[in-house]
Design a protein around this ligand. Structure first.
Ligand SMILES: [Mn+2]
Length: 397
């Protein structure tokens, strides 16, 4: 049986105000192509960037799901990530199920029945699908983003432990174990979830529970799992401490400049009942590069652009300059035929920041704003921006 694992599309996300919709569209075309000889597609959450995505993003999703399910020729299982609204994402399921697409928004969601032609739901239980596919039976234990609150809705066991992190891990383990009761020896048995695996977190400083970012150890994956299709981390990687082959698919587009060197691929899995999965990573061709340029002055930048460097990239620009960039220099930069989405000035070392000392209280608000803006960006604000700020602040220029 061939499976396709993907996650963290973040449809509707922009890069400093620049749309990524055309890139997402190209990626989804590619994904549908890669899925041609696949029986089961697992989409492991963060389909959308926000809980209230733009209409264009919803159209992209539903168009892709319809093509992936192909009228029930293929099964598609979608779970909500922390960025998705679980209820909104799952709302169209009366329609999607007819296409072979099951959407689970919350932990414990029960899949809707589907009979042939095409893929069938042989059995459905909270968070569990037993699917009859052209190449055999697959059991999917699907756990949408298990926030503390959403987990509590499916598990009411009282936990004695005082350590909240361990209590959380215990709950996740328990939910997955109960879902895994549906695993069968004659089936391909997989888990899909959207969560943080401690062993994959980038650094120890990020292992703290910031913003409800709870984490679990690899051994929460239940016995009998042959492959775990995970979402949440944008860096594609295997989970080192898992008892089975478990991977983060990673984000198919570079969503921020800190991700610009991440590998991007579609994850294909070849798997038979009782067997070891063979994982194949197919590079994603869609998506524009994100690059950082450091240049000595605006003239050097203009020369670089004239040379044709990175015509298709989103550019994070840093300009080394003896003094702050003037409004005229910013205008020259913005005129260049490139998507320069961030502009920073690098001033000589030891340049004193303005806006220090008590004297600022005596300055007009417009001067304070200009100075503050300059300390943040190392260039002057557009006069229109100053005017808008003063309007908001209730003063006129
Ligand atoms: Mn996420």
């Amino acid at each position: 049986m061939r499976l396709l694992h993907t996650s963290d599309w973040h449809l509707g996300r922009t890069l400093h105000g620049h749309s990524r919709a055309r890139e997402h569209e190209a990626f989804l075309d590619e994904l549908v192509e890669v899925a041609q000889d696949v029986d089961l597609v697992l989409i492991a959450g963060d389909v959308f960037e926000t809980s209230n995505p733009p209409i264009e993003a919803e159209e992209l999703l539903f168009d892709a799901l319809a093509r992936l399910g192909d009228g029930g020729r293929r099964a598609v299982v979608v779970i909500a990530g922390n960025h998705d609204s679980p209820d909104r994402l799952a709302a169209p399921r009366p329609l999607t199920t007819t296409h072979g697409v099951w959407i689970l928004g919350r932990p414990g969601d029960v899949p809707r029945p589907r009979r042939g032609p095409g893929v069938e739901l042989l059995a459905g239980a909270p968070g569990t699908l037993t699917l009859a596919l052209p190449s055999g039976i697959a059991v999917v234990a699907a756990l949408p983003y298990p926030s503390e609150a959403r987990l509590a809705q499916v598990l009411s066991t009282s936990i004695e432990e005082t350590d909240m992190q361990r209590a959380y891990e215990h709950r996740v383990r328990e939910v997955l174990a109960s879902q895994a009761q549906a695993f069968r020896p004659d089936a391909v048995n997989v888990v899909t979830s959207h969560l943080s695996m401690t062993a994959c977190m980038p650094s120890s400083s990020e292992r703290t529970l910031v913003g409800g970012a709870w984490q679990v150890a690899g051994d929460v994956l239940p016995a009998g799992t042959q492959y775990a299709a995970l979402g949440h981390l944008h860096l594609a990687q295997a989970v080192p401490d898992a008892p089975c082959v478990a991977r983060y698919a990673g984000s198919p587009l570079h969503l921020r400049f800190s991700e610009k060197d991440y590998p991007r691929h579609h994850v294909l899995i070849e798997l038979e009942p009782g067997g070891e999965p063979q994982v194949e990573l197919v590079p994603v061709a869609a998506g524009r590069p994100l690059v950082t340029w450091e240049v000595d002055g605006v003239a050097a930048l203009e020369a670089q652009v004239a040379d044709g460097l990175h015509p298709d990239a989103f550019v994070d620009l840093a300009v080394r300059t003896p003094t702050r960039l003037t409004h005229a220099e910013i205008a020259r930069i913005k005129k260049l035929p490139r998507d320069i989405v961030k502009i920073r000035a690098i001033l000589p070392e030891g340049t004193a920041p303005e806006l220090e000392g008590a004297g600022r209280r005596d300055l007009p608000l417009s001067d304070v704003f200009r100075a503050f803006y300059a300390t943040q960006t190392n260039h002057e604000p557009d006069p229109e921006l100053v005017r808008l700020f003063l309007e908001l602040a209730g003063e006129s220029a």
